[in-house]
Write a protein that binds this ligand. Structure first.
Ligand SMILES: Cc1cc2nc3c(=O)[nH]c(=O)nc-3n(C[C@H](O)[C@H](O)[C@H](O)COP(=O)(O)OP(=O)(O)OC[C@H]3O[C@@H](n4cnc5c(N)ncnc54)[C@H](O)[C@@H]3O)c2cc1C
Length: 423
């Protein structure tokens, strides 16, 4: 029997961690894995944005760094430190209190309360994490090949189980994307009611499930439907020359702003001595208020004519005035080389209750879910670590179900030679 074919929908941290955890089996060609990503590259909410306007610019417009608490993900990160994909960031976080006082997290270092955090070097950007994970941890800059077929700029818009019992996938433009034995969904999108609000019609997986009469899949989709999330509007800017140097002198890489209705976090990314990126993250309330507004250069604005609003950008930038008093910044921080540009994260952080782990793997339907919306049991939902752990747990479940390591198969399927058949 030929190796099982697995389609992974989405190329965020969860999906890429799944690939990393299955690297041994992929290298041995025990299964084939095809990853579909609607964006231009990997990373999702931990991606790095680039622009032709300023070729050397790299902007981490989602997660700029991440905390690690679990031993399993810490092992992965430590090995990515060895290959110089990740670096540790210690003492680079701080809080701006409502009183205007700045409290650096480093002050808690001696007490051992500072969390262990990692980031990618500023010259690479956070996108390097996913680029390395799909290469089994090897450095993409060294030309290491990906262990999966990655198909970009392709939104999976329909999934269907054929009479032969395989999953047939099509793109949002109707193009056939192939047939697969298993599908892993690395984003809530195709199974969540939000699909109907954004694109109209029923979510593709809900539609497909209707014809299957698979109680376990129905139960998972019912749980998924309850999942909610909170938005964040990001405002991206890059500074050069003295303004870049002024920003680079800030005593933080990420600042939490307390008691502000508009601004929640400020991330400073020091690319070069004379080039600094600043990303403002709005409060959830501000993002909800300006829900229908997209960045002028966003795909939604370019392709679908979604509304853009310079006022939203202006309000986020104006909220920086609070920093001026505390840090005495030069006035020229108001004239960026690039930006301000809005990026709207409609579903930035999932809110509890997350998808219970028992509903994230449905062997009877040969469907899996992974992402930061899955409750991995570690209390790390809504984070890079939560996404990575869920991807690795999905890999464990697939390895067991497909008997890739010689263990007994679970669920309703019988698996031979890495391929499962429904009994
Ligand atoms: C502004 C912001 C700041 C953050 N800061 C931090 C932080 O400091 N620390 C931290 O740990 N976490 C942070 N996070 C959260 C962290 O980024 C996420 O928890 C994590 O990246 C989620 O990864 P994921 O793989 O679950 O999902 P995603 O990154 O959302 O990946 C899902 C992917 O699926 C793709 N996709 C969806 N539907 C389809 C389809 N139909 N076809 C093809 N592709 C599809 C999407 O394009 C996306 O790339 C932040 C998030 C945001 C938005």
């Amino acid at each position: 029997m030929p190796p099982a074919r697995v389609a992974v929908i989405g190329g965020g941290v969860a999906s890429c961690s799944l690939v990393y955890a299955m690297r041994k089996h992929l290298e041995a060609r025990q299964l084939s894995l095809t990853l579909f990503e609607m964006g231009r590259g990997l990373g999702g909410r931990a991606a790095t944005r680039r622009t032709r306007e300023v070729p050397k610019l790299r902007v981490d417009h989602g997660a700029p760094a991440f905390e690690v608490r679990s031993a399993r993900f810490a092992d992965v990160c430590e090995s990515l430190m060895v290959s110089q994909i990740l670096t540790r960031c210690v003492g680079a976080y701080g809080t701006l209190r409502t009183t205007g006082e700045f409290v650096a997290e480093a002050s808690g270092l001696a007490s051992g309360v500072v969390p262990v955090r990692y980031t990618c070097s500023d010259s690479r950007g956070m996108g390097a994490l996913c680029d390395a994970l799909v290469r089994g941890g090897s450095d993409p800059a060294m030309g290491a090949p990906a262990l999966v077929d990655a198909v970009f700029n392709t939104m999976v818009g329909a999934v269907r189980r054929t009479p032969e019992g395989v999953w047939s996938l099509s793109s949002s433009t109707g193009e056939a994307l192939g047939e697969f034995d298993w599908i892993v969904i690395g984003s809530t999108a195709i199974g969540h009611p939000r699909w109907s609000v954004t694109f109209g019609g029923e979510p593709p997986l809900v539609l497909a499930a209707r014809g299957l009469a698979d109680q376990a899949l129905d139960a998972s989709l019912a749980q998924l439907a309850q999942l909610a999330s909170r938005p964040v509007t990001a405002c991206l800017m890059a500074f050069e020359g003295p303004a870049a140097a002024a920003w680079a002198r800030m005593p933080f890489m990420k600042l939490k702003v307390e008691g502000d209705a508009t601004l929640s976090h400020v991330s400073v990314q020091r690319l070069e001595p004379a080039l600094t990126v600043v990303v403002l993250h709005s409060t959830h309330a501000f993002a909800t208020e300006s829900e229908a507004v997209y960045g002028a250069t966003s795909a939604a604005a370019r392709l679908a004519g979604a509304k853009t609003d310079a006022l939203v950008e202006a309000r986020l930038v104006a909220s920086l005035a609070r920093l001026t008093n505390t840090f005495g910044m030069a006035a020229n921080f108001r004239s960026p080389l690039w930006g301000p540009h809005l990026h709207r994260w409609g579903a930035a952080f999932p809110t509890a209750p997350l998808l219970p782990r028992m509903h994230a793997f449905v062997p009877s339907a040969r469907v899996g879910f992974c992402g930061d919306f899955v409750d991995t049991g570690d209390g790390r939902g809504g984070s890079v670590e939560g996404a990575a752990l869920s991807g690795m747990q999905m890999a464990d479940a697939l390895v067991e179900a497909l008997r890739l390591d010689g263990s007994a198969a679970s669920g309703a399927d019988r698996c031979d030679g890495g391929k499962c058949v429904v009994l």
